[in-house]
Design a protein around this ligand. Structure first.
Ligand code: ADP
Ligand code: ZN
Length: 436
């Protein structure tokens, strides 16, 4: 059977002016809906903001920012813009600090989320003939149900395997003829590691062609590595619980940045210090306004994710703006000896070494009156145990890292598979420093 090339041509093929007209209409509806939310009702009153005065897309800059702290302070239902009886699900994310936030969904919100997710999957070539295995945890983590609903909407045979149990995942991949999987980058690398241990060659022994990869920052080097290992095309997927979950921004087949679905979100990139917009193409903090959410609309939500808009049109023909691979989160930035460092800068250097596996851990420690950085990284299976060669490799890595991050970390090369494994997102940085 011949399938059409787009899941939702009406939205995917909008021109810039059509996108903007739709955004303005939906923005005005959203602001109106916010007057029903206890949080925004208070905020609008404090700011003396008349919802009727929002008349152009530029007026979005007159709306208040919303932060994760606002969500925490109004936990659990202080943002609800509809009565709870209209809501059919909530998701919660605790982040790293443990203070939870809650996001509510009406039936329509869940439906639109499934549509957005299906649109992403269809865009990278997935069709009802595919067999889709999801290695995300289900439950509160949105990568589970979010991907599930999207995959069912595409009409694929779905395998809700859930997180962990890697040998069983591999058995399912082989037994069911899984063609597409969703995995976070650290887990995709782990999957390959275990395949190697089991003598499974993904190219020879599986039907895998497509990997949806996201939920944590990773470099282009990491993506290419994983594609090479598993013999798949890997497409970057961006999402966050506050914006539903996955399905916010997704790479098309060009693999040159992720289209933000602008019928669902207004995208701004701001300077996190001045809160002013950056020049198009410059890096800043991504700020998103929901345009298609009933239960819990969010205005100018500060994601803390750092990225830039890729200027110019995409070869795929879609006019929805593209954001570049996330550089990291502003709150992930390491400040060591007065230098600002992002873990992704370190990953980028490490993965240029064919001798290294893509698992690493950065530890920050206070030694005497000094703060030190140690980078532990796993060696590839094929690499030698010749001491001289290892020593030369260690020196070379330290040198290249110094060029990139300006401080010289200690390098520890450890055997494949020995760094601690986490279920869920990888922990890349351990900060044991004493803060005075
Ligand atoms: P989810 O459950 O969808 O992963 P969370 O709310 O737990 O959502 O985490 C969202 C955060 O995960 C984002 O703000 C961002 O920092 C990170 N993230 C999600 N997708 C990507 C991606 N493709 N690249 C880099 N970081 C990502
Ligand atoms: Zn494109």
């Amino acid at each position: 059977m011949e399938y059409p090339p787009y899941f939702n041509p009406e939205m995917e093929l909008l021109s810039r002016s059509e996108i903007e007209a739709l955004q303005l209409r939906r923005l005005r509806e959203t602001v109106e809906r916010c007057t029903q939310s206890p949080f925004y009702k208070r905020r609008f009153a404090e700011m003396k903001l008349d919802p009727e005065s929002i008349r152009s897309l530029d007026d979005v800059r007159r709306l208040p920012f919303t932060t994760k702290q606002d969500l925490r302070d109004n936990y659990p239902f202080g943002f609800a813009a509809v009565p709870l009886e209209k809501c059919i699900r909530l998701h919660s994310s605790s982040g790293t600090t443990g203070t939870p936030i809650v996001v509510l969904h009406t039936r329509k919100d869940i439906d639109e989320w499934a549509n957005a997710m299906a649109r992403c999957m269809w865009m990278v070539g997935l069709r009802p003939t595919d067999i889709f295995q999801n290695t995300s945890g289900y439950g509160m983590f949105t990568g589970g149900l979010g991907m599930q609903y999207g995959a069912e909407r595409v009409g694929m045979l779905t395998v809700p395997a859930g997180a962990g149990n890697t040998k069983r995942q591999i058995k399912f991949i082989r037994d069911f003829g899984t063609t597409a999987i969703h995995a976070i980058p650290s887990y995709a690398a782990r999957l390959y590691q275990v395949m190697q241990e089991e003598g499974v060659d993904p190219r020879r022994d599986t039907k895998l062609t497509t990997l949806l990869i996201g939920a944590e920052p990773h470099t282009e080097e990491q993506r290419r590595r994983i594609e090479e290992m598993l013999g798949v095309k890997a497409y970057n997927s961006f999402g966050m619980t506050e914006m539903c979950g996955p399905g916010v921004a997704f790479e098309c087949k060009e693999q040159k940045g992720m289209h933000v679905w602008e019928d669902n979100y207004i995208l701004e990139i701001i300077d996190p210090d001045t809160l002013e917009p950056v020049k198009e193409g410059d890096i800043g903090e991504m700020v998103l306004t929901t345009l298609n959410r009933e239960a819990m609309p969010l205005l100018r939500y500060r994601t803390h994710d750092l990225t830039r808009i890729i200027p110019g049109p995409c070869a795929c023909g879609r006019q929805h703006k593209r954001v570049d691979r996330m550089k990291g989160r502003s709150d992930d930035m390491i400040i060591l000896k007065g230098v600002n460092i992002f873990p992704m800068q370190i990953e980028q250097v490490l993965l240029q070494y064919k001798e290294l596996a893509p698992q690493y851990l950065i530890t920050l420690e206070t030694v005497g009156s000094n703060d030190d950085m140690t980078v532990e990284v796993e060696l590839n299976n094929m690499f030698t145990d010749d001491f001289g060669a290892l020593e030369a490799l260690r020196k070379s890595i330290a040198h290249s890292l110094k060029d990139e991050i300006l401080v010289t970390p200690k390098i520890k090369l450890v055997p494949n598979g020995t760094l601690p494994k986490t279920e869920g997102k990888a922990v890349r940085v351990k900060d044991l420093r004493k803060h005075y």
